[in-house]
Write a protein that binds this ligand. Structure first.
Ligand code: GRF
Length: 193
């Protein structure tokens, strides 16, 4: 059987730094019948990120990039262009991309964040939301600019915080929503491609 490499699909790259469960979920989404996307290459800012396993298990190319090295980032830009990447999805990616990088992919880089942005940018969102005794939390998919967890919102999902929620229970419920929201957001923006 000839293996489909999805050449007629929109080529995307997923950037990760860690666990990679959103990557795993996006791979599953990309393999659905009638999917518009092909995950062409996974970029990791860490060589031992657990999520690399999901790419390898699915025969997706992986490249480790040191984002502190200008030359490495310039080579990455080249690589993404060579692979015809039309959308970059950040998923648990812990680096801030430079303005120059973002400009090269203007309006084509998106991120998922586990809070109702603009609230709780940065790390430890669930702990901070619980400490503030928020009634609601959720997740947001947004376009990326050179500021942390900033940029125009594409979609957001709100969920209730329960009185007995711990960081773990809240995180798990938000993650479940992330797995729905990211594919939905990709479909939404691709309808304008
Ligand atoms: C997710 O909660 C995502 O919203 C945030 O970092 C976490 C990454 O989880 N940006 P994973 O690596 O996809 O499992």
């Amino acid at each position: 059987m000839i293996k489909s490499i999805g050449i007629n699909k929109i080529q995307i790259s997923v950037f990760i730094s860690g666990r990679g469960t959103n990557l795993k979920n996006l791979i599953k989404f990309s393999k659905r019948k009638n999917s518009l996307i092909n995950i062409n290459i996974v970029i990791s800012s860490k060589k031992n990120a657990y999520g690399i396993k999901y790419a390898k298990d699915n025969d997706i190319k992986v490249k480790i990039v040191n984002f502190s090295k200008h030359n490495d980032v310039m080579s990455l830009l080249k690589l993404l262009k060579q692979n015809n990447i039309k959308l970059i999805c950040l998923a648990g990616f812990l680096k801030i991309l430079s303005k120059k990088f973002i400009n090269k992919f203007n309006g084509k880089i998106i991120n998922i964040h586990p809070s109702l942005l603009p609230k709780y940018k940065g790390l430890n969102t669930h702990r901070r939301a619980l400490e503030k005794k928020e009634k609601y939390s959720g997740c947001t998919v947004h376009y990326v600019n050179e500021r942390l967890d900033d940029g125009k919102i594409i979609l957001q999902k709100k969920i209730k915080i329960y009185k007995n929620d711990s960081i773990k229970t809240l995180q798990n419920r938000v993650l479940k929503e992330e797995y729905r929201l990211y594919p939905k957001s990709i479909n939404k923006i691709l309808s304008n491609y």
